[in-house]
Design a protein around this ligand. Structure first.
Ligand SMILES: O=C(CO)COP(=O)(O)O
Length: 250
């Protein structure tokens, strides 16, 4: 069986209740390709609201969580809480968490381990900065970021999706070319073969993220190792449906 295409929307810190009602109305009315899994990452405070109005065929994700279930961590939210209010997924290790909030590989691994233990599925993000790409370090960086996750994931690979998001392509309008993205996805898959198992590598869904829009989605979706997208800005717009349906339209 092939890998099921999976498209995530990452709303980041955007939207209010009125805008959410509008976006969800659009998603609920579709049409959505039944062969594509769709998940939307919403601000935690809106998870319950989104879950209550969104069609059950679309998953809901938190965009971050803390690494333990409960305790004296003022301002934090646990994986258990995200699950309790109806989300099935959490996005972890996003480059904005890494750069703005200083999250390191080790902390991200702890979060991934705990989220999986709590019963959430995880979209784990990796990706190089422009400086790292220009210094020829792209593979070193994404392999290092993925390696840090291995003990955290252990045998739980079926509940993990990897999102390759080159930092220089996020929110910049500068998409990786299909070839650039495909090259890294293929290298990651062969790294997974060597460092996990050929079964894990073959089944692992690797999303591409970074300025994905309805106009570049089809070409990217046609690449053999691109198994979906993680979409920021365009996930707030009606074109998100076209991105979700990109695979059937190519
Ligand atoms: O960060 C992203 C998704 O997680 C990508 O954001 P953009 O699609 O806005 O570039």
């Amino acid at each position: 069986m092939g890998r099921k295409f999976i498209v995530g929307g990452n709303w980041k810190m955007n939207s209010d209740k009125d805008q959410i009602a509008e976006i969800v109305k659009n998603l609920n009315s579709g049409p959505l390709d039944p062969n594509v899994e769709v998940v939307i990452g919403v601000p935690s405070i809106y998870v319950a609201f989104v879950r209550s109005i969104l069609t059950e065929t679309i998953g809901v994700a938190g965009q971050n969580c803390w690494k333990v279930a409960k305790g004296a961590f003022t301002g934090e939210i646990s994986a258990e809480m995200i699950k309790d209010v109806g989300a099935e997924w959490v996005i972890l290790g996003h480059s904005e968490r890494r750069t703005i909030f200083g999250e390191k590989d080790e902390l991200i691994a702890e979060k991934v381990a705990h989220a999986l233990e709590a019963g959430l599925k995880v979209i784990a993000c990796i990706g190089e900065t422009l400086e790292e790409r220009e210094a020829g370090q792209t593979e070193d960086v994404v392999f290092r970021q993925t390696k840090a996750l291995l003990p955290a994931i252990d045998t739980n690979w079926e509940n993990v999706v990897l999102a390759y998001e080159p930092v220089w392509a996020i929110g910049t309008g500068k998409t990786a070319s299909p070839q650039q993205a495909q090259d890294i996805h293929a290298s990651l898959r062969s790294w997974l073969t060597s460092n996990t198992s050929s079964e894990v590598a073959e089944n692992m869904r690797i999303q591409y993220g970074g300025s994905v829009t309805a106009s570049n989605a089809k070409e990217l979706a046609a690449c053999p190792d691109i198994d979906g997208f993680l979409v920021g800005g365009a996930s707030l717009k009606p074109e998100f449906l076209d991105i979700c349906n990109a695979q059937v339209m190519c």
